[in-house]
Ligand binder design. Structure first.
Ligand SMILES: *Cc1c(COP(=O)(O)O)cnc(C)c1O
Length: 458
């Protein structure tokens, strides 16, 4: 073993070796030295375990180059989302429009008028331009933008009801996932949760009876990711807004997703619209930028001017504010809503949600033969109808008819986990969905056939 150790080259010798000159130039002394130390350590471990040199021992430069290239790869690798969930939180939710991509590109390169007005050279406020646009689109008086909708809810509660009571229906004390639970956010904001009604039924009188001197706020939470069916009752926003006005209390609504356009015109499930709630008399409405809106991760609050001013002045706003890239992407996204006729073409989220089953099925039949050639030995491949989901807290029961390529194992030798690994290890990894012992590739979000076929034709 000792003679094997003695054959390992020293770091200094390697660094002086001409074969490493290109790597040295490309990655610098620090990175290259660290990588060579790691190679040495790995080689020693290999000798101890196997009593022989590693197989890359005859070419350290190639091994070092491969490892350094690998390290250079981003942790945020592009993938093809064939899970059937359009707004997939783990895959980054909404894909940005070209307009948003361009806008972010430009603000990254140059100084921008983030908090600066060219008219009077005074410090402006960073949400101003967006607030104007949001007011136009929603009919609200003012707006506030933060990091995400969870932050928006936290800020509304902390700024409007510190140490005070917030009245919420027991049917709306939801968990959204990723540890966002209404009672926990309430505690973090320093508010006292006042639960009213029951899990399935809450009436206006429940809210009325709960209001006392300690009450600062009425709140409604859109129960976006689950549905109670049967003997149920909830108080709608307009009714609750009337009660809130009588009692001189603000009513805030956490809408979750929300849509600035009526989705039923595209044959999609109805989603509540912020502008309707504003018209119904709700004081503040919050929603996400990267759910149905189809923009960047952001939390948007629209509503009454004096309440928005309280949010803007609260110290938490500074901690939760959005950065210039987010604001640029959000502004470009909102601009698209000024031209609703072109929205389905310009906004990827809406384009994907509105793709017809016939179009998706035709694509599936087009790519099927090449995939069959590649996988036929172990898998039977078929095109089947399936249901896509909107995702990100939109109702899981609301499904969109779609089409999938389904991999069914021919015999025991076909391993689903090995198949998934093969698809994941491609240059452009494919992420599908396992169901009933089969792999389903829902093609709704496949832009181009080539993304699926690259490297698969024999
Ligand atoms: C998604 C959602 C949130 C959290 O929004 P993020 O933008 O993910 O922070 C909060 N409330 C509701 C009702 C939601 O659907």
């Amino acid at each position: 073993m000792k003679t094997l150790f003695n054959q390992l080259p020293g770091i200094d010798a390697l660094l002086r070796d001409a074969r490493f000159a290109a790597l040295h130039q490309r990655y610098g002394t620090q990175q290259l030295t660290r990588q060579l130390r790691q190679l040495q350590a790995d080689a020693r471990a290999h000798i101890i375990q196997h009593q022989q040199l590693p197989d890359w021992h005859d070419d350290w430069a190639t091994e070092a180059a491969a490892r350094l290239t690998n390290q250079l790869k981003s942790a945020l690798l592009p993938v093809v989302n064939l899970t059937g969930t359009v707004l997939h939180t783990n895959l980054g939710r909404a894909r940005m429009s070209e307009a948003a991509v361009q806008a972010v590109n430009s603000v990254m390169r140059q100084p921008v008028t983030l908090e600066y007005s060219l008219d009077n050279a005074e410090r402006g406020h960073r949400d101003q331009a967006l607030a104007t646009l949001l007011c136009e689109l929603t009919g609200a008086e003012d707006a506030c933008i933060v990091n995400n909708n969870a932050a928006a809810v936290l800020l509304m509660l902390a700024a409007l009801a510190p140490g005070k009571g917030v009245v919420v229906s027991r049917g709306e004390l939801v968990e959204i996932g990723g540890a966002f639970r209404i009672p926990d956010v309430m505690r973090q904001a320093g508010c006292q949760l006042v639960e009213v009604g029951t899990t399935n039924r809450t009436h206006l009188k429940d809210y009325r009876q709960a209001i006392d001197d300690n009450t600062a706020l009425l709140m409604k939470v859109h129960t976006s990711n689950y549905q109670i069916e049967g003997f149920t009752h909830a108080v709608d926003e307009a009714e609750l807004a009337t009660l809130a006005q009588q009692q001189q209390l603000p009513l805030v609504v956490d809408l979750g997703s929300g849509s600035l356009i009526d989705l039923t015109q595209y044959g999609l499930p109805a989603e509540p619209m912020p502008q309707r709630l504003i018209a119904d008399g709700v004081s503040l409405v919050s929603f996400s930028g990267d759910k149905l809106l189809g923009g960047p991760q952001a939390g948007i609050v629209v509503g009454k001017r004096e309440l928005i001013a309280k949010l803007q002045q609260h110290p938490l706003k500074r901690a939760l504010r959005a950065d210039k890239m987010t604001l640029a992407a959000l502004e470009a996204t909102l601009q698209l809503y000024r031209h609703p006729e072109q929205l389905a073409a310009a906004l990827p989220t809406l384009r994907l949600l509105t793709r017809s089953q016939a179009d998706i099925a035709a694509q599936a039949h087009r790519v099927l033969p090449a995939l069959q050639q590649r996988f036929a030995a172990q898998w039977q491949l078929t095109v089947e109808s399936c249901w896509s989901q909107i995702g990100s807290g939109s109702l899981p029961v609301d499904r969109l008819p779609s089409a999938a390529i389904v991999f069914t194992p021919r015999d025991e030798s076909a391993s689903l986990s090995a198949l998934c690994a093969t698809l994941r290890e491609r240059d452009l990894p494919i992420i599908g969905r396992l169901q009933n012992g089969k792999l389903w590739l829902d093609l709704r979000c496949l832009d181009e056939d080539a993304q699926l076929l690259a490297g698969e034709s024999v």
